[in-house]
Design a protein around this ligand. Sequence first.
Ligand SMILES: *[C@@H]1O[C@H](CO)[C@@H](O)[C@H](O)[C@H]1NC(C)=O
Ligand SMILES: *[C@@H]1O[C@H](CO)[C@@H](O)[C@H](O)[C@H]1NC(C)=O
Ligand SMILES: *[C@@H]1O[C@H](CO)[C@@H](O)[C@H](O)[C@H]1NC(C)=O
Ligand SMILES: *[C@@H]1O[C@H](CO)[C@@H](O)[C@H](O)[C@H]1NC(C)=O
Ligand SMILES: *[C@@H]1O[C@H](CO)[C@@H](O)[C@H](O)[C@H]1NC(C)=O
Ligand SMILES: *[C@@H]1O[C@H](CO)[C@@H](O)[C@H](O)[C@H]1NC(C)=O
Length: 198
Amino acid sequence: MKVLSLASLLLCSSAAMAHFTLDYPQSRGFDDDKEGTAPCGGFDTVANRTQFPLTNGFLQINSRHVSAEITINVVIGSNPVAADFTTAAGTPANSTSLKHPGNACFPLDLSTFQGAANNTNATIQIVYNGGDSPLYQCSDVVLVTSAPSFDQTKCVNNDGSTSTSNSTTNGTSAGTAISVKSTATAAAALLIAVAMAF
Ligand SMILES: *[C@@H]1O[C@H](CO)[C@@H](O)[C@H](O)[C@H]1NC(C)=O
Ligand SMILES: *[C@@H]1O[C@H](CO)[C@@H](O)[C@H](O)[C@H]1NC(C)=O
Ligand SMILES: *[C@@H]1O[C@H](CO)[C@@H](O)[C@H](O)[C@H]1NC(C)=O
Ligand SMILES: *[C@@H]1O[C@H](CO)[C@@H](O)[C@H](O)[C@H]1NC(C)=O
Ligand SMILES: *[C@@H]1O[C@H](CO)[C@@H](O)[C@H](O)[C@H]1NC(C)=O
Ligand SMILES: *[C@@H]1O[C@H](CO)[C@@H](O)[C@H](O)[C@H]1NC(C)=O
C-alpha cells in the first residue's frame, strides 16, 4: 500500500515537470529539460510556419500548473534572434492570468499590432510563469488576412468552452498529473511519503 502510493507520487512528480505545452499553432519544439531556456525553450532556429490570421487568432496550450501568468510576445520578421524577443517583451501582444490547469485557449488579435500585415513573417513567443521560473515556447507563423488552413476548432478550454475563461474544472478532462501544483509540492509530498514508509 505504502509502496504503491510512493510509486504514484514519483509518477506525479515527474509528470509535473512537463509544465506546459504549446499545442497550437505548431511549436518550434518541446523539450521538458530546456523549457526554461529563453527565448524559445531551447529551440533557436525557425521551424515550419503556420498561417496565422491577423484577426481571430489564438494560442492553445495545456497547462500542468493550476495557475500561471501568461505573456504573449510577437516578433515581426523572418529570423528573430534572442535580442528581438527581449525588445518585443517591452510591448507584449497580450497577457493574462491562467486560473485552471489543462486546456486553455488565448485569443490573440494582431490586427492593430505594430508591424503586423498581410503576408508578414513573425514568431509568437509564449512566456509562462507558474510560480517557479518562466518557461518558453515559440511558434513561427506567417500573418495573413485570410488563413483558411488555421484550425479554429483547436481553441478549447478545460471546461469544453471555446472562449477564454477562468472557470474551474469539472474534473473530467483535466487528467491526473495536474493535481500536483509544482515540483516543490511534489517533493514535499514525497518526503512525507518516504517518512511514512519507514
Ligand atoms: C514541415 O513541413 C514539411 C513540408 O510541408 C513537412 O514535410 C514536415 O513534416 C514539417 N515538419 C514538422 C515538424 O511538422
Ligand atoms: C487578450 O486576451 C483577452 C482574454 O484572454 C481577450 O479577450 C482579448 O481579445 C485579447 N486581446 C488581444 C489584442 O489579443
Ligand atoms: C493578402 O495576401 C494574399 C496573398 O498575397 C492576397 O491574395 C490577398 O488579397 C491579400 N489580402 C489583402 C486584404 O490584401
Ligand atoms: C518568410 O519565411 C520563409 C521561411 O520560413 C521565407 O522563405 C520567406 O522568404 C519569408 N518571407 C519574407 C517576406 O521574408
Ligand atoms: C461541466 O459539465 C457540465 C455538464 O456536462 C457542463 O454543462 C459545464 O459547462 C461543464 N463545465 C463546468 C465548468 O461546469
Ligand atoms: C476571471 O475571474 C475574475 C473574478 O474571479 C473575473 O473578474 C474575471 O473577469 C474573470 N476573467 C475571465 C476571462 O473570465
